[in-house]
Design a protein around this ligand. Structure first.
Ligand code: DUC
Ligand code: ZN
Ligand code: ZN
Length: 466
């Protein structure tokens, strides 16, 4: 079995920092060896990686991505191969992607289809959530089979009538079914029925620019839907995870539910922490690059979200990586913002952007690791295999240089998309080395991984439930 010794670094975990060396044997972490003055331990290894001056982190877990997703009449442009490679460049060693049930199809056939897309193509490990868009007796029964197959989180939509939308009654039925096994329902919480009326009114009045995507999806309608989802989950006694939370109103509803002890959790995404409605309003159709749902919000919401991350009302930061090219894809919505495919690229830069939050004093170093790796591992049944630097865990390790400088750009990123939402933004910090199960995937500015190294992760239930 080959061995790697990572020396001289500062190990950062959710519980603190430690000057320690890390020994990797094969695919696992064999030991974390604290360095103390006067206590010299001599260990030999096949390969020594010098991490002096760098952080040694558990690999990032991005619990919300969409590779090759059929959506808005087109497909998101990263494949499992290109998307997982880009993730590794940015220090993410696990993704959890969404299998998408089309109406009239079965959940298990959907799962097979997503396995076929990912199998043999991923540079890092991956799991699946299931999008349930057709609630009926058959699919409700199939939820148990999905759980047995390691897919125990089910996303539903209160938005997109006619596409993914589920009625309150359908949501209640799915929540009751999930609750019987302890599975989690993930919710896209926006009031799609009301939004569709606002969209029709805007278009009829000739308001067609991308900024109207944001203006027709007001934060109040995210707050209302979030409260309604929480009430339905309470009645069904089902764990609820609000995805891509963007608005202060929605956060207030989550915080109130958590204060009562209800099993309600929420994630936000870097785009809601760093970008705003001003970006959607960029001229010359540039705003289309920032169309995602829920939409980017007025800047005032950002402070609430950072605070929510500190208070744990927001427990996870994932990306909702759903990239569409500007050319030919975003352009489908010239003259009609409602035809712009909803989604933004992000899988490569989540760790960097959150590190920028550390540099700016918004998060501590351990909290950075917690929201980006440890909590997603626990939330989605992967801990302690993933999400921690500890003996026995998978050797998914990122060596992060906190002093390196980089400028984000489409010219240098590795995502398969023709623009960057952060073009020209300067960041302090950069991944030096990424290991996935003991294999070096990124080192010193080169990709050394291979498609097919990444393995499917059958997940256990949410580990925050009593
Ligand atoms: N919701 C997502 O989670 N991803 C892409 C689009 C959407 O509305
Ligand atoms: Zn969504
Ligand atoms: Zn998504």
């Amino acid at each position: 079995m080959s061995t790697i010794l990572i020396t001289g670094g500062t190990v950062v975990t959710a519980s603190g920092t430690l000057d320690a060396d890390v020994l990797v044997e094969g695919e696992k972490i064999a030991a974390v060896l604290a360095r103390r003055p006067g206590l010299e331990v001599s260990i030999t290894a096949d390969r020594i990686i010098d991490a002096t001056g760098k952080y040694v982190l558990p690999g990032g877990i991005d619990a919300h991505t969409h590779m090759e997703m059929p959506f808005g009449g087109t497909f998101s442009v990263d494949t499992f191969e290109t998307g997982t490679r880009a993730a590794a460049w940015g220090g993410t060693t696990t993704i959890i992607d969404f299998a998408v049930q089309a109406k009239g199809t079965s959940l298990l056939a959907t799962l097979d289809k997503w396995h076929a897309k990912a199998d043999g193509n991923c540079a890092i490990d991956y799991g699946f959530h299931m999008i349930v868009s057709d609630v009926n007796d058959t699919t409700l029964k199939e939820m148990d089979a999905c759980i047995a197959a390691g897919v125990n989180s089910f996303k539903m939509f209160m938005a997109y009538p006619g596409v993914f939308y589920a009625t309150d009654g359908e949501i209640l039925l799915a929540m009751q079914q999930a609750a019987r096994s302890g599975a989690t329902v993930m919710m896209h919480a926006e009031n799609g029925i009301a939004i569709d009326q606002l969209v029709a009114q805007a278009l009829a009045a000739g308001r067609t620019d991308p900024v109207h995507h944001g203006l027709t999806r007001p934060p109040e309608l995210e707050g209302e839907a979030t409260s309604r989802a929480i009430t339905l989950a309470q009645v069904a006694d089902c764990p609820l995870y609000i995805v891509h939370l963007s608005a202060a109103q929605a956060l207030a509803a989550v915080a109130e539910a958590r204060d009562t002890g209800q099993n309600v959790f929420a994630e936000t995404c870097p785009q809601y922490l760093f970008l705003s409605l001003d970006d959607l309003a960029r001229p010359d159709f540039e705003g289309s690059k920032f169309v995602c749902s829920p939409p980017l919000r007025p800047k005032e919401h950002q402070d609430s979200l950072w605070r929510g991350l500190r208070t744990n009302d927001l427990s996870v930061v994932s990306t909702d990586h759903c990239p569409f090219c500007f050319k030919d894809q975003k352009e489908l919505g010239r003259g009609d913002f409602s035809k712009i495919p909803n989604g933004m690229p992000g899988v490569e830069h989540r760790m960097d952007l959150l590190h920028a939050g550390v540099v700016a004093g918004q998060l501590t170093l351990p909290r950075w690791v917690e929201v980006a790796s440890t909590t997603p591992a626990r939330m989605f049944g992967l801990y302690p295999r993933k999400g921690v630097i500890a003996a026995g865990s998978d050797a998914d390790i990122v060596i992060y240089d906190p002093a390196a400088r980089q400028t984000l750009s489409a010219a240098t990123h590795h995502m398969n998309v023709d623009y960057s939402a952060y073009e020209g933004v300067e960041i302090t910090g950069r991944v030096a080395t990424t290991l996935s199960r003991g294999h070096v995937v990124i080192d010193d500015g080169t990709y050394q991984g291979s498609p097919g190294h990444g393995a499917f992760l059958a997940r256990e239930l949410n580990q925050y439930l009593l």
